[in-house]
Design a protein around this ligand. Structure first.
Ligand code: CTP
Ligand code: MG
Length: 227
């Protein structure tokens, strides 16, 4: 089942503290965003990759795409001040039909086998996201005082990719812009226009590289997969 994928890569990686965009850091001699793009390059259902980038990094990224034989990038969209703006810019470039995935460049360990069930679920129900059950006990806190222990059985930690019928995602983004709403993921924009979002169970190793210790986890995942 064919799909297109938007990959936001235009962040600054402030929490990583590497002094540069974390998606350009190398894991196993290959930049993080190249690891991510390779999954889609190698998935025959993927019809095109739309990359949101910092224009100042375009030359460097284009050279790396060439070096690593990534051929499916159809367009570079300029990144915005927030992830949501970067994705909206890229959404304006995609072919206006079918299923569109959004996947963070900073999440390089997506299992290709999960793409098909995710795309199928989006085709069926309009919107589907990868998520895993929360393992920790989660509490609400005010200041340093616990105010509530949240019932864990209904909590899921959400990942990308997230998959949508094109028309639903575009509606959601238009409405968010009109309302000046900023969400922390794409599905939240879809939820607020009253559409259902389906969970597809993902894997705990689909980590997002966010803070420096995530690089240790990443090395461990790469090491394990090589065996
Ligand atoms: N992203 C983007 N445009 C932005 C912000 C983020 O395209 N204005 C991308 C990042 O490159 C990353 C993904 O969105 O692939 C997830 O964002 P996040 O993990 O928050 O990355 P950064 O924003 O780069 O990191 P930080 O928030 O620590 O600065
Ligand atoms: Mg960010």
């Amino acid at each position: 089942m064919a799909y297109q994928v938007i990959i936001p890569a235009a962040g600054q990686g402030k929490r990583m503290g590497a002094g540069r965009n974390k998606v350009l850091l190398e894991l196993n001699q290959t930049p993080v965003f190249i690891h991510t793009l390779k999954v889609f390059e190698m998935d025959e259902d993927c019809e095109g990759i739309y990359l949101a980038i910092n224009p100042l990094e375009q030359d460097e990224m284009e050279a790396l795409l060439k070096e690593h034989h990534i051929t499916k990038v159809m367009a570079f969209a300029p990144g915005g001040s927030e992830r949501q703006h970067s994705i909206y810019n890229a959404l304006k470039c995609v072919k206006q039909e079918g299923i569109v995935l959004v996947h963070d460049a900073a999440r390089p360990f997506i299992d290709k086998k999960l793409l098909r069930p995710l795309v199928e679920a989006a085709k069926e129900d309009g919107a589907a996201i990868l998520a895993v059950p929360v393992k920790d006990t989660v509490k609400k806190v005010a200041g340093n005082m616990v105010t509530e222990t949240v019932e864990r059985t209904s909590l899921w930690a959400v990942q990308t990719p997230q998959a949508f019928r094109f028309a639903i995602l575009l509606d959601a983004y238009k409405q968010a812009e009109a309302d000046d709403f900023l969400g922390t993921d794409d599905a939240s924009l879809v939820e607020r226009i009253g559409k259902n979002v389906i969970i597809v169970e993902g894997r705990y190793d689909n980590i997002k590289l966010t803070t420096p210790e995530d690089l240790y986890f990443a090395e461990a995942i790469i090491h394990k997969r090589r065996k």
